[in-house]
Design a protein around this ligand. Structure first.
Ligand SMILES: NC(=O)c1ccc[n+]([C@@H]2O[C@H](COP(=O)([O-])OP(=O)(O)OC[C@H]3O[C@@H](n4cnc5c(N)ncnc54)[C@H](OP(=O)(O)O)[C@@H]3O)[C@@H](O)[C@H]2O)c1
Length: 300
């Protein structure tokens, strides 16, 4: 079960995998996943038929782990990583910084290829940045050059808001990575614009960090869920994370959503949810309408 990634010519399973949770110790957040669990979940991802994995040089040891644990299965998946990353490792945490200079982007690519144990990056994305800065620094031309050399197959940007609008307008990117879910739908018009221009759309945050039942709670997203009264329309057979994920996957301009999980049971649930297909049209429309009303009421 694959779909077109826009007009890029690549085919993707609509459920992808985001590997930020595999960043390891001395990074950020409340959970540290060890090597054994990282190896298990990465292989489970491929065994489930997921064929796009997203990572970044500033996700701690995520790239190394993908290289160590999956390089022998490299032909089974598309690899998306990022550039413009200049993380600073402190004793107890990783500070994420982005620097828009050619030497940083070249170093990112060289080091990503080594860590990921591969000759080719399928999708190289700017990890933020605005059109003006990236153009003036010569970075768009640099990525196009990587593409001409065949080291990178597609170029993209992970972005949102006015920066994303400016990047779409350049007309040079194959792919955009954009946050979207029924609980955080703000980027929808830009997703539509990118997809209508033929770009591939990679959605992140597509399960809304697990929604109200998540182990790591996100009060702002729970608040949207509650204000929209989504429990009232949640089918009895479905849990909240499934509803959120199937809504994202059912959105026509979401070509793939890179859900992050480090929990094998959650991964199995997400694979089942994706296989169940889109929500009924009326339910999808009702969720959209209720969330729009809740967000426009501005009540907190
Ligand atoms: N600026 C950027 O470029 C940027 C920023 C953020 C993220 N990303 C990329 O996007 C990926 C996903 O982003 P995200 O992690 O922010 O959003 P997400 O995929 O919506 O949320 C991940 C969270 O959802 C939980 N979860 C997943 N499936 C679940 C289920 N069935 N039930 C309950 N909880 C579930 C996971 O916890 P468990 O481990 O407990 O399942 C995890 O904490 C990242 O890994 C990264 O690759 C890119």
């Amino acid at each position: 079960m694959t779909r077109d990634l826009g007009s890029t010519g690549l085919r993707v399973n609509p459920l992808g995998y985001g590997s930020m949770g595999l960043r390891g110790p001395r990074t950020w957040g409340v959970r540290v996943v060890d090597d054994t669990k990282a190896e298990q979940i990465l292989n489970q991802v491929l065994d489930a038929g997921i064929n796009l994995i997203d990572t970044a040089p500033d996700y701690g040891v995520s790239e190394q782990r993908i290289g160590r644990f999956l390089s022998h299965r490299r032909s089974e998946f598309l690899l998306a990583t990022k550039c413009g990353c200049a993380p600073v490792q402190h004793d107890d945490h990783l500070e994420v910084q982005h620097v828009w200079k050619p030497d940083v982007v070249r170093r990112n690519l060289d080091e990503s290829l080594q860590r990921l144990q591969t000759d080719t990056i399928d999708i190289l994305q700017f990890h933020g940045g605005d059109a003006d800065t990236l153009c003036r620094a010569g970075l768009i031309d640099l990525l196009l050059d990587f593409k001409r050399q065949g080291i990178v197959r597609l170029i993209g940007a992970s972005s949102r808001g006015t920066e994303l609008a400016g990047l779409i307008a350049l007309g040079v990117f194959d792919v955009f990575q954009v946050p979207f879910s029924c609980l955080a739908p703000e980027q929808r018009p830009l997703i539509d614009r990118a997809a209508s221009a033929g770009a591939g759309v990679i959605v992140r945050g597509g399960i809304a960090q697990g929604g109200p039942d998540a182990e790591i709670q996100r009060p702002a997203l729970n608040d949207v869920w509650n204000r929209a009264g989504l429990d009232e329309i949640l089918p009895g057979s479905m849990d909240r994370a499934e509803l959120i994920l199937r809504y994202t996957l059912g959105y026509a301009h979401c070509h793939v959503t890179i859900v992050g999980t480090c929990n094998p049971e959650h991964l199995r649930q997400n694979v089942r949810a994706a296989a169940a297909g889109p929500l009924a049209d009326e339910l999808q429309a009702e969720i959209t309408a209720r969330v729009a009303a809740a967000l426009s009421s501005g009540v907190t």
